[in-house]
Design a protein around this ligand. Sequence first.
Ligand code: SF4
Length: 442
Amino acid sequence: MELRVSYNRYLMAKALTSSLLGMDQGELSAIISEAGEPAYRAKQIMDAVYRQRVETLEEVSTLPQQFRERLAQSGVTVGAARIEKKFVSVDGTVRYLIGFADGQSVETVWMPEGDGGEAGDGSEAGEEAESSGIGTSGAKAQFRETGLNAGLEGLPRPDQHHPDQEHPTQNRNRQNQGRPGGSTICISSQVGCAVDCQFCLTALLGVKRNLTAGEIVGQVCAVLKDQVVSPPEDRINLVFMGMGEPFLNYENFIKASRLLVEGVGIAERRMTVSTAGIVPRIHDFGREAIRPKLAISLNAPNDTLRTRLMPLNKKWNLEMLMTAAREFPLRTREWITFEYVLLGGVNDRAENAKEVAELLRGLRCKVNLIALNPGPGIDFTTPGAEQVGVFQQILRDAGIPAFVRRPRGRDIYAACGQLKRTVEVATSPELQIQSISPATGG
Ligand code: SF4
């Protein structure tokens, strides 16, 4: 009993210096109990923060005024994320710059018609994958022209943002939600990224810090509120594919995933996390009771090429990565997504496709092909649509479902690998990948 009281005091003290956003039912219950309030207040706060997405304590109308004042006097805030800028693409994609209390910011992307590759994301590939229960059998879909080489000429530049502009998508969202797949939010897990993939603009930033669970969930809450949509009534998909490597911020990412399911109301099967290949965490992730689906950023079929494109391959090579993928405990109708960014003349040759097919043979998986999204400071070129089609066909002929992701928001640098804040951040040594310990079993 004494232990319990001390624990509550610890939690209360912790709460008094932090925000409600990011707390789970247990943490809120401890605060409520310590404050001598009835237990159901925890549920009321959960509802207000995650479902109604309030931004201030004043808005939590279910709590007595006196209790709200006591919380405020103790330093408790909601801790809502703040939208600092909005960039709206001609294709309806919106790139948000979202700021936090310490002045740091990340990017979060809203794709009104899905992200073009994940099951349930509203894309053709996603819907097909979901309805066919994709596996090791051959893909059904044929190659489709996806506008990979759509020119950027004449499109607005990224600095032509319109913070206060109401985009037509805001009025269309309810209609879009009537579509089978719904919309997708791409969220960030770190400020910057330490992984240093050579084709990624985010990598140029280095990493500043991890996001807290509240900051990860806060991005979703801010975007849902801005787009005037609400799960589960509206079909919303989440991809952890923004800035940062989620598995290098593992505890906060997992806690955020649980809060998104239990608090915000987004189903696990509508979330996908992408890792560059932090092998120990792939093993850990497979043991989680609540977890998104797994995507692995592959990008090369052999160690020589992968190490060149993704230096972390020196630490966790393809053999280690593929072992983790083969041992990953997939659920019913679940598969692993492998993402493959195609770089002209580098990893997009027919022999590369054959090597990929060999590497993935027998795995319950699909491949999402992404022609490089160009950006300043990236020295690779975007392959032509024909080359992409040849690559895709080789995979399909080998019985591997392969889809070409349509680039979203390229004109506003919102597409894959293009997220880079306007303010550069410094590298923080303690967040480097070298700090990850070997696999904890499995
Ligand atoms: S592709 Fe992902 S993991 Fe690689 S540097 Fe970019 S954000 Fe980091």
